[in-house]
Each structure stands twice: as C-alpha cells, then as structure tokens.
Design a protein around this ligand. Structure first.
Ligand code: AMP
Ligand code: MG
Length: 319
C-alpha cells in the first residue's frame, strides 16, 4: 500500500514493501549505525540498560512548544493505572542518582502524535530513543558524547557501505565535530518564531541550539531566565534529532515548576521524594531519535520508511 503524505512524500506501508530493495538497505545501514553507537558508548564506560514500557510515571511532554500529543495512553494492570512510556526521563533521573553514574538505554516511546504530523516526514507514533544520562555532567559533556557516536557511525557507514549508499543515491557527508552552538534567542531574531523549520534548511553541518523553554526537569536559571538545555539540528531539512539538558535537582524548585506547569506532583512522587532527601544528583543527558538519525543517513523522505512496520501518525496498519 502506498500512502501519499504530502506533495513530496509517499510511504509504502504494505507487508510486501517490507522486502523492498531500498528498505533492505535501510535496515542494513541501521544495523551498522546501532552497532557503532552502542560499541562506542560501551567503550566509553557507559552501562547499558534495557527499557521499561509501563509505569505510573512518564515524561509529561508538557509544556513543550514542539509537542502535539493527541492522546495519552493509560491502562489498568493489577487494579492500578499505568501509562505507556513517552520517554524514560523520570526513570533516568532516579537511576543516575541511585545507580551507576553514566548509562544508556535504547528506549521505545509511544506518542500518539496528531494525524497532521504524518505529513511532516519526521513524526511517528512509536519510535525509539538512544537515551544517555551522566551524573554531574554539563551540557558540553553530552555534546561531546553524541558528536562522537554520530560522527563514528557516519564514518563507518561511509567506509564499509559505500556501495549501498551509492545504490541509494545518497551523497553522505562526514561530520566534523565539535558542532556549532547557537542560542534559540539569536535564531528567533534571525528567522522568527519558526526558526526550527528554517534553520535545518540553512545549514550544512549539524548545529546545537540551546536555551529552549520546556518541561520542568530541564535546568532553568531563574535569575537570567536561561534554560540549560539543547536540541541538535541536522542539515538538509532533516531538523531536530536530539533533545537534552542539564537537569533540575532541587526539590523546592521542581515543586514550584510543576505547579507553574499545571502538572500533578503525585505523578512524579518517587522523583520528588528522592529530591526531598537531597539524593537527586545533578546530571545531564539527552535522547537521540534513532529512526530520524537513520533516515538522515540513508536519505529517506519519511522516517517511517526505516521501520519495517511504519508507525505513521494517522495510519493504523494491520500489523
Ligand atoms: P524529545 O525529548 O521529545 O525531543 O524526543 C527526543 C528525540 O526523539 C527527538 O529529538 C527526536 O529525534 C525523537 N522524536 C521525538 N518525537 C518523535 C516522533 N513523534 N517521531 C519520531 N521521532 C521522534
Ligand atoms: Mg525535542
């Protein structure tokens, strides 16, 4: 089955297209990318955890100017209500405080994005993040980690899969870190409110953007109003592929921000209890959208094409 998402984007979603030649190459590239990034992280001393999928607590995804969630999924198990994971941020903060100082998780997220997002080419209703968290680290430490694993992944694909890239007609440029760092405020002055769609069409190398107002767990300097958080934007229109931050760790400040955002303290009970005892460590971390990164590398028009069973907003297929 062929779905026309927009003027430029058509996606194959039938079971037969699972074995489409282009798609087979996408899976091969994906395997190389995952192997390289996880090898690099393990080599740097990160522990590797497997994800969870159901919990009383998850990422509120609010307030985030970029969020467009149509529905949040809650199910009852053993007479208790749990949510499906929108991201493991809350769990990462607890784990990095009480467990190992640095780790990563390949973590599936369910986000029921609004139907219209099917046409962006960038949104899925199920996708996977490569999540990293590091105790006592700063934003720049996280920049260096992702710059290294992404640059290495692209290097390996270029070195070992030249023929495949050629078959795909993909002229993939290597990255040269460190990437430029720009602030959201300067981008707003240059491009206006839709800086996030303008920027990726205007760059040839990835760019970090800092200081983006969003969820309570990202660190905010209340004196200057500056947020110590960031996104990584890819060139050629691909756009945001990573979001991350230095994190809040003070109990009173988090309570105030949760109230300000109209969220419920009880949804973050364990996190807040640990913070109240002074045991929530400062940390920094981020999550990379794996499908988006692979889509960029292979030059896919829609991120769903790198999934064997595409999870495109608005399209619920048989499998
Ligand atoms: P977030 O922290 O919400 O920005 O999510 C982290 C990363 O996951 C983003 O930078 C994207 O690369 C990826 N991501 C977020 N939402 C989606 C989506 N609906 N479909 C595909 N990838 C996504
Ligand atoms: Mg984001």
């Amino acid at each position: 089955m062929r779905h026309v998402m927009s003027k430029e984007i058509e996606v194959l979603t039938s079971i037969e297209s699972l074995g489409d030649e282009r798609r087979l190459t996408y899976y091969k590239v994906g395997t190389k990318v995952l192997k390289t990034m996880t090898d690099e992280l393990v080599g740097m001393g990160f522990e590797w955890f497997l994800p969870i999928m159901l919990s009383r607590t998850t990422d509120p995804l609010w307030p985030d100017p970029g969020a467009s969630i149509e529905k949040r999924i809650e199910v009852e198990i053993y007479g208790e209500k749990v949510k499906t994971m929108q991201s493991m941020i809350v769990h990462k903060r607890v784990l990095v405080s009480l467990g190992p100082p640095k780790f990563f998780i390949i973590s599936p997220n369910i986000r029921i994005e609004k139907k219209e997002r099917g046409a962006t080419g960038r949104h899925l209703y199920e996708f996977t993040q490569l999540e990293v968290e590091m105790a006592y680290a700063k934003m720049q430490d996280v920049f260096r980690v992702y710059e290294r694993i992404m640059t290495e992944a692209i290097k390996r694909v270029k070195a070992d899969m030249g023929e495949d890239l050629k078959k795909l007609g993909r002229d993939l440029k290597g990255f040269s870190p460190p990437f430029r760092v720009l602030s959201r405020r300067e981008l707003e002055r240059k491009y206006g409110q839709s800086w996030d769609t303008a920027l990726p069409k205007d760059i040839t190398e990835p760019v970090w953007v800092t200081d983006i107002p969003r969820e309570f767990y990202d660190y905010e300097d209340l004196k200057t109003g500056e947020w110590r958080n960031f996104d990584l934007f890819l060139p050629e229109g691909y756009g945001e592929v990573i979001s991350g931050a230095e994190r809040e760790y003070e109990y009173e400040k988090m309570i105030a921000k949760i109230e300000r955002d109209g969220l419920r303290q009880d949804d973050f009970r364990t996190l807040l209890e640990i913070a109240k005892k002074g045991k929530l460590k400062p940390s920094s971390g981020a999550g990379l959208g794996i499908e988006r990164f692979i889509a960029y590398i292979v030059g896919a028009k829609h991120v769903g094409e790198v999934q064997p069973f595409p999870r495109i907003p608005g399209i619920v297929s048989q499998m």
